[in-house]
Design a protein around this ligand. Structure first.
Ligand code: ME8
Length: 525
């Protein structure tokens, strides 16, 4: 549920998404970063971490101002309307952010002004003449040489000429310190391809950065010169420290306890802002750097980057209506390799849904829960006795390997591999049931002990699989646990213990329920 909650005493895991521009409604791209961060937040909570998960909105700047003007309303009112849309989308997708920061909030204005003033007072900000180009859709400065065919080299759109007195941040002075930091902290930027990109960019030489605009009204005024507003990216990056109390005069050491963040999730388009400008600002302010910045790739629809401006953006709600929120989250995290560009299509989504979800996972739960109803009146059988088989050990071994494999994949933010490890258990359980053929065991009282063992083991594997599927598909895992009579999966904070073999309680009631993923006919979407 998107909400603002007090920061936990000391977050042992603090993760962020970019704050999204409110020039338009959320789309699959912005939802992608947000569900990836949410899956990690949920996993860390299962492990027992005290998580602080931050997302929010980037509300200042020319682009947002223009959108408001085009719609004939005041920028603040425009932002308020859009904020509702983002909150609604995140609620629909089951996003469990702990804070929702908006850059027009007083707490943020104060933090930006505090940081700007600190840098100005120590001589890291000076006044100069900006004479160059500006891309409004990307809110980015470009030099003449950087343009491609006179257009923005990033998005290919028109740029505007800006010639005005600005305040500059001495970014160039941080070049060597940044390179030294990258050297000493090889895991700071991920994946490695992005690290190399940032390294060669910084080695190519850094220019000082204009951090104020004289002709943009919709922004935070500089505290020492109110005729300038703060450049929207300088403003936006600071959100990460605002949220944990930077610049708050009542902060009683809270900020120092909570900062730095463990990971910033970003798209590859904004890696330089997060890996060059942001670290340099933090260095200048004498603050610690985040532990890690990880950039994912673009979602491509028919080979093109999906974006609000290109008009090929789809609203998450449209897909959630057809597939459900869990299947939505599963598809994007399973089918697109996190860190690389990935093509998405309705066809592949239907395929994943029917194959992985309806056939593998949904059917496993249905048939197994049915059998508990049919053979044991809905009560989990007691596996006691010596009706064991080598197949039991094989299944238990797959379950035993799962936590380690899953954790190792999540540490690399390889959601596909993490889900694959959970699916190996799902598939192994399906095979186990096929090979053990409970329907034959049920035919004679002599094989009842074996039937009990087989059903118990399969239930146990399903219980464990649901735990590891939960970060990506929280609703269905909660439902599986509920049907197994296990209580609230969201209350689990001791994953290591909970994932040990043997946690299913004999005698507890198993509910059959409706199919978790009713098949979708391709023509129906
Ligand atoms: O850049 N595929 O906001 P934004 C994957 N306000 N991810 C995509 C995507 C696509 N086709 N399109 C967008 C901003 N994204 C700034 C950030 S942070 C201090 C300020 C995702 O609304 C991706 O994460 O343009 C990208 O970085 C983010 O949306 C940019 O959202």
């Amino acid at each position: 549920m998107p909400k603002t909650t007090p920061i936990p005493p000391k977050p042992s895991f603090f993760l962020t998404t970019p704050i999204y521009y409110v020039n338009s409604v959320p789309h699959l791209g912005t939802a992608y970063t947000t569900i990836a961060a949410d899956a990690l937040a949920r996993y860390r909570r299962l492990l027992g971490d005290n998580v602080f998960f931050l997302t929010g909105l980037d509300e200042h700047g020319q682009k947002v101002e223009q959108a408001a003007v085009e719609h004939g309303i005041e920028p603040q009112e425009w932002c308020d309307n859009l904020a509702e849309k983002f909150l609604g989308a995140w609620e629909l997708l089951g996003i469990t952010n702990d804070d929702f920061i908006r850059t027009t909030e007083p707490r943020h204005v104060r933090a930006v002004q505090t940081l700007a003033k600190t840098l100005y007072d120590q001589g890291d900000i000076y006044k100069g003449l900006y004479d160059g180009w500006y891309c409004v859709p990307d809110e980015t400065y470009w030099t003449e040489e950087q343009l491609e065919g006179g257009k923005c080299p990033q998005c290919g759109r028109d740029v505007e000429l800006v010639r005005e007195e600005n305040y500059f941040f001495r970014l160039s002075a941080y070049q060597d310190r940044l390179l030294g930091y990258f050297e000493e902290n090889p895991d700071f930027i991920g994946p490695p391809s992005r690290r190399n990109e940032v390294l060669s960019f910084v080695r190519g030489g850094l220019r000082d950065l204009s951090i104020s605009r004289a002709n943009v009204k919709w922004g935070i005024p500089l505290p020492w010169d109110a005729s300038h507003t703060v450049y929207v990216w300088f403003d936006a990056l600071i959100n990460y420290v605002t949220a944990v109390g930077y610049g708050d005069p009542d902060d009683a050491g809270e900020f120092a306890r909570c900062w730095p963040a463990h990971i910033h999730f970003v798209g590859k388009d904004i890696i330089r802002f997060h890996c060059v400008i942001w670290p340099a600002l933090l260095m200048a302010a004498g603050l610690d750097l985040p532990q890690r910045v990880f950039a994912h790739g673009f979602l491509l629809a028919k080979g093109e980057k999906m974006s609000k401006s290109k008009g090929n953006a789809v609203a998450p709600a449209d897909l959630v209506r057809q597939f459900g929120a869990d299947a939505y989250r599963y598809y994007f995290l399973r089918d697109v390799s996190f860190g690389q560009d990935g093509s998405i299509s309705i066809e592949s989504m239907v395929q994943r849904y029917n194959g992985d979800l309806a056939n593998d996972w949904g059917n496993l739960c249905s048939r197994l829960f049915n059998m508990v109803g049919k053979y044991f009146d809905g009560a989990v059988p007691d596996p006691g006795g010596d009706a064991v088989d080598a197949a039991d050990g094989v299944l238990a071994a797959v379950a035993r390997d799962l936590p380690g494999r899953y954790d190792e994949a999540m540490a690399r933010l390889d959601y596909g591999a993490a889900l694959e490890s959970a699916w190996d258990l799902v598939k192994a359980t399906n095979r186990y049931i096929e090979d053990s053929a409970p329907w034959n065991l049920a035919k004679s009282p002599e094989t009842t002990p074996r039937l009990k063992t087989v059903i118990y083991n399969a239930l146990e594997a399903v219980r464990i699989a649901a735990l590891f599927i939960a970060p990506v598909m929280p609703q269905t895992s909660a439902e599986v646990w509920r049907r197994l009579g296990l209580g609230d999966i969201n209350a689990v904070t001791t994953l290591a213990e909970e994932s040990r073999w043997g946690g299913t309680r004999p005698g507890s009631h198993v509910e059959k329920g409706d199919p978790l993923f009713p098949r979708i006919e391709k023509d129906a979407v």
